[in-house]
Design a binder for this molecule. Structure first.
Ligand SMILES: C[S@@+](CC[C@H](N)C(=O)[O-])C[C@H]1O[C@@H](n2cnc3c(N)ncnc32)[C@H](O)[C@@H]1O
Length: 290
């Protein structure tokens, strides 16, 4: 995978050099575009850059199966609090977590699925007086969560193999689903449903495939999902899976949830080397009668 990623990067740089547009690409991934709607920002990307990017995505057709050697684990182990400095100021996330918490009982037990450093999500849950349990694949992130949220409990486990001994009133998965495949995301939707008590609530923070630049050949045939999108994150390229906004809704409804609330928001990370993120929030409820 590393070899093909390096090859793809070299090829991409060579193509950009030929087009004399390396500077412009840097600008397009810069946080300084944050004051424009994303559609306007992406529309400014020259076509040659779009095709160079799609090419790098197309030749990068292999990904490791999800496990403890998942590529992002290395990034999160390395970056630790640097990640929080770049992403921890997300006002849209904080507002949606507060709205979600208000819909839960005061003594609710909430799972933070891919908890990262523990801030802001686990920390907000604990600060509200509710009980929080966080899981994460990265041992560095689990250590940071334990330090930063002393009232929570945390464990290092892959969400795909997690088997809770008790049910939750709420589950949050914030920005932690990007590197799962379509099949794994579908599995997770059913697992969250199983892990919740009747009337339990789910909050996910994801990105809609319809809100990012793609090319037609990248799409699954049903038009609901794009896999292996090259995404710039903490100065690296990671390959991510995105459903469309409607696709996320139907994935959750297919697992048995009813959609309670959806919202979009553009988030600008506070670091160089990160793509601007068009966030999509969904709050969904497990019916009381199951
Ligand atoms: C982008 S960070 C988001 C952290 C936090 N949820 C937030 O909103 O700030 C993604 C986190 O999800 C974790 N993660 C990714 N895939 C995972 C998996 N399959 N199981 C558990 N954690 C995972 C990563 O290790 C990382 O800490």
């Amino acid at each position: 995978m590393l070899k093909s990623a390096v090859f793809a990067s070299i090829l991409r740089l060579a193509m950009l050099k030929d087009a004399g547009q390396r500077e412009q690409m840097h600008e397009n991934s810069s946080p300084s575009y944050g004051s424009f709607p994303l559609s306007k920002r992406t529309n400014t990307i020259p076509n040659s850059i779009i095709s160079a990017r799609s090419f790098s995505v197309l030749i990068h057709t292999k990904r490791p199966t999800m496990g403890d050697s998942h590529p992002s684990t290395e990034i999160f182990n390395q970056k630790g609090l640097e990640y929080e400095e770049a992403f921890g100021h997300d006002a849209g996330l904080q507002k949606n977590v507060q709205n979600f918490l208000e819909l839960l009982p005061a003594n609710a037990r909430v799972l933070d699925c891919g908890c990262g450093t523990g801030k802001p999500v686990s920390h907000s849950i604990a600060a509200s007086g509710r009980r929080v349990h966080g899981i994460d694949l990265s041992p560095t992130m689990v250590d940071l969560s334990r330090k930063q949220v002393p009232h929570g409990t945390f464990e290092k486990v892959n969400m795909l193999s997690y088997a809770p001994s008790d049910k939750f009133d709420g589950v949050v998965a914030s920005l932690s689903l990007f590197e799962l495949t379509r099949e794994e995301l579908t599995t997770m939707a059913h697992k969250w449903f199983q892990w919740l008590r009747p009337n339990g609530l789910l909050l996910i923070l994801v990105i809609g495939a319809d809100d990012v630049k793609t090319s037609p050949e990248m799409w699954d045939s049903d038009g609901q999902c794009v896999q292996r999108i090259g995404w710039t994150f903490m100065s690296r390229t990671v390959y991510i899976t995105l459903f469309t906004k409607a696709g996320w809704n139907s994935l959750l409804e297919g697992a048995g949830f009813s959609i309670v609330h959806t919202e979009t928001d553009t988030f600008v990370p506070a670091a160089e080397g990160c793509d601007v993120e068009p966030h999509y929030f969904v709050i969904a409820r497990k019916p009381s009668s199951t």
